[in-house]
Design a protein around this ligand. Structure first.
Ligand code: NAD
Length: 714
């Protein structure tokens, strides 16, 4: 029996209900067989008056089968092209049937799912927030290769199609209707199939309803074809704009731009071939493998709770105490209240706490001005935040998050003074970015309930929470912190305790290596720019200005006092730069009178003192060496974290590096990078770098172990 249920009614309308094996319909071998049979049957069907494509699943159709795509290997190009040609021929046959074909979109129709809809003459959708249409392939390093590029360009016009294709924009039925991506919506699920049938019956005698716009005589692409003067101008600037955005590191949007342009230049069927070639090329790139692995498989694993203790029941946070209403505390209060959690926001004075609450009001007002929030909802969120200077108000909190100054005595004192207000079984979380959790937990009466909950700034925008288990942290505390992170819609990674945990420690190597090259005499601007060239959001010097050299100086002091300063290895160059900038020249970072750079009127220029002190024009470090030094330091540090069990899984390392550190997207995260670079190649390059630049580039033993076991990092 086919996984596509085929039913013809008395009016000659065939309803094809897709119900593939497993939870979703996907474009895999099973689909190809079912679609091939269905299309052949439809072609031969007598008395056919219309066709409806419907889904028996909650999701209309989930798109390409990513397991299949990930398994693609070089050498399989011809086979892959032929699969695409087959799917395309089915879609082409479908849209050339002499009767109207309607897709009845009951749930998300993304990627291949929307491509199927595009091959229908009429797209009818259930108007509900669970329904989304779009083609997010680009976010996985791919392009819509089932005719999605060509049909969207022909349907919407090149310029209007580009954001959907190149940014992978997904939209609700309402927006899709406005954009012309679908044709009609219904308000209830019950109306969907009857309306689809009614539409088909209404088209009796209207032959046009069975012909796709692009198959009609005299068809012109909306907005003109690629050679029209207006579009030619847009297209001239587009590659440069794209290069600025992706820095040439992501092949998918480039391919999409190319295929979309060809779709607006060539005839329909020729463009479909170009599109297939584009996807065949992309599916074999390391970038696609990295993005699919990390953003699809590992992200699902993580959000599904892979790092959470299995046996602990779901923990819901009802009342959270936030200690410290500064930059971090106010953000934590905001995201918590927005998720419906009662918040006690405590600072040293009510005024300071109220100022922290005002930050939430500010963000909510901004959301209102953008049409994303109502006054009523704003008031509801604000009503949940109680600013206070009284410890007693913390009574009954099931979670307290401490976000006061980064000072161990202060933090200890606060733990001792307020821990008692937690409800029975309540959990204590510290938002420290550098202090070891095990050490902070020493003053706690219940160290098993003490955990690190490390947010990133700005809290409302940054999607990651790094949860840190101290030596004594128990499973319930971990589960609670994990569930709280999901409650406030963040992605949690779980790591074990170490100085700087995983993210701060790895990130620190980036600006450490930058500082080393400056001290060696390299041109600071070159070093900074090449950091961006590998795909980091900003250069290593710029980022240290943002983090603030003053903060680093204070952290060094704290670690020295705690006797842990040497744990990060020798940092002579970094200390020299920090001493020079902060102590000798009063430059503590961007917001502290400038750092490596000067900042005035929105302009950023290199502070000449850095050149005078360090630059040596005789020193010439090869560009590739600079890039690899900046990238490999971070990769090596991540591997060390994995090797020493600071990272509990590869997944946490990849997602954490991208969302918390800004690891370049194309790498799929700092550990996944090694898989597609090749473990042996990585080892060899580490050896070269170690010989030229020092032992810190020695390849961690875990790589040799994986090679010996014939494994990659999974
Ligand atoms: P901040 O200086 O902006 O805020 C600290 C707040 O704590 C101030 O409002 C201060 O009045 C308040 N405070 C001090 N003593 C207090 C007490 N006894 N009771 C209640 N409140 C008290 O600092 P921040 O940047 O928000 O950092 C807070 C913590 O978060 C630090 O541990 C820091 O390392 C960590 N952190 C910071 C960042 C960041 O990017 N800023 C990122 C992650 C973690």
């Amino acid at each position: 029996m086919s996984v596509f249920k085929y039913e013809k009614d008395a009016d000659g309308i065939v309803t094809v209900t897709m119900d593939q094996t497993g939870p979703v319909n996907a474009m895999n071998q099973e689909f190809r067989v079912a679609m091939g049979e269905t299309v052949a049957k439809l072609e031969a069907e007598e008395g056919l008056s219309g066709v409806i494509f419907a889904s028996a699943k909650k999701v209309f159709f989930a798109g390409g089968d990513l397991n299949e795509l990930l398994a693609f290997e070089k050498g399989q190009e011809a086979e892959f092209m032929s699969l695409l040609t087959t799917i395309k021929s089915y879609f082409r046959t479908l849209e050339k049937l002499p009767v109207p074909v309607v897709s009845a979109i009951n749930g998300a129709a993304l990627g291949g799912g929307y491509e199927l809809c595009l091959a229908c003459n009429y797209r009818l959708a259930y108007n509900h927030k669970s329904v989304q249409v779009g083609m997010p392939e680009v976010t996985l390093g791919l392009l819509p290769g089932g005719g999605g590029v060509v049909r969207t360009v022909n349907l919407l016009g090149l310029q209007a199609a580009l954001p959907y294709l190149m940014e992978g924009k997904k939209v609700t039925p309402e927006k899709a209707l406005k954009a012309g991506m679908i044709d009609e919506t219904v308000e209830t699920l019950e109306e969907l199939l009857p309306r689809a049938k009614a539409y088909i019956l209404e088209q009796k005698g209207n032959e046009d309803a069975a012909i796709q716009p692009w198959d009609k005589k005299g068809f012109r692409i909306p907005g003109g074809n690629a050679n029209s003067p207006k579009l030619a101008q847009v297209l001239m600037g587009a590659p440069a704009m794209l290069a600025q955005k992706t820095r040439g590191l992501l092949p998918a949007p480039e391919q999409i731009l190319n295929c979309a342009t060809e779709a607006a230049r060539l005839d329909f069927d020729a463009a479909l071939v170009i599109e297939s070639r584009g996807l065949t090329y992309l599916v074999g790139t390391p970038e696609a493998k990295n993005l699919i692995t990390t953003f699809f498989f590992q992200m699902n694993k993580l959000n599904g709770g892979a790092s959470r203790p299995k046996d602990v029941p779901a923990q819901t946070t009802k009342k959270v105490g936030v200690l410290g209403a500064g930059m971090m505390g106010q953000g934590i209060a905001y995201v918590s209240a927005k998720a419906g959690i009662e918040v006690i926001l405590k600072d040293i004075s009510v005024e300071a706490a109220e100022k922290g609450k005002a930050y939430s009001a500010q963000l909510l007002d901004k959301a209102i001005s953008r049409g994303r929030m109502t006054e009523e909802k704003k008031e509801q969120v604000l009503a949940l935040i109680k600013p206070t200077a009284n410890n007693e108000d913390l009574q009954g909190c099931d979670l307290i998050i401490e976000a006061v100054f980064e000072n161990i005595e202060l933090k200890n004192q606060i733990t001792s003074a307020t821990e008692q207000y937690l409800c029975e079984g309540g959990i204590w979380g510290s938002n420290t970015s550098t202090l070891p959790i095990t050490q902070l937990a020493e003053v706690s009466s219940k160290p098993e309930n003490f955990i690190g909950v490390h947010f990133f700034s700005p809290v409302d925008k940054m999607p990651l929470v790094e949860i840190i288990c101290g030596d004594k942290t128990g499973d319930i505390a971990l589960a609670k912190a994990f569930d709280y992170a999901r409650q406030i819609k963040k992605t949690p990674i779980v790591v074990n305790d170490s100085l700087g945990f995983f993210t701060s420690r790895t990130f620190g190597t980036y600006f450490d290596e930058g500082a080393r090259m400056v001290v060696e005499g390299a041109h600071p601007i070159k070093v900074d720019n090449l950091g961006k060239a590998i795909g980091m959001p900003v250069g290593p010097l710029t980022v240290h200005d943002e983090v603030s050299q003053e903060l680093s100086r204070k952290a060094f002091e704290t670690w020295s006092a705690m006797g842990v300063a040497e744990k990060w290895g020798e940092q002579k160059a970094l200390r020299e730069v920090i001493e020079f900038l902060t102590v000798q020249n009063g430059r503590g970072g961007r917001h502290h009178n400038g750092g490596y750079f000067e900042y005035s009127d929105g302009n950023k220029t290199l502070w000449p003192g850095v050149m005078e002190k360090f630059y040596n024009k005789e020193v010439a470090i090869d560009d590739q060496d600079i890039k690899d030094r900046l990238l490999f330091r971070q990769v090596i540090e991540s591997l060390k974290c994995l090797e020493t069990n600071v990272l509990r899984s590869v997944t946490d390392g990849n997602i954490g590096s991208i969302m918390g550190i800004g690891a370049p997207l194309w790498t799929g995260g700092f550990i996944q990078f090694v898989n597609t670079y090749g473990l042996e190649n990585f080892q060899a390059r580490c050896t070269e770098l170690a010989e030229s630049f020092g032992e810190r580039f020695t390849c961690p033993a875990i790589v040799a172990e994986k090679i010996a076991a014939g494994e990659t990092f999974q």
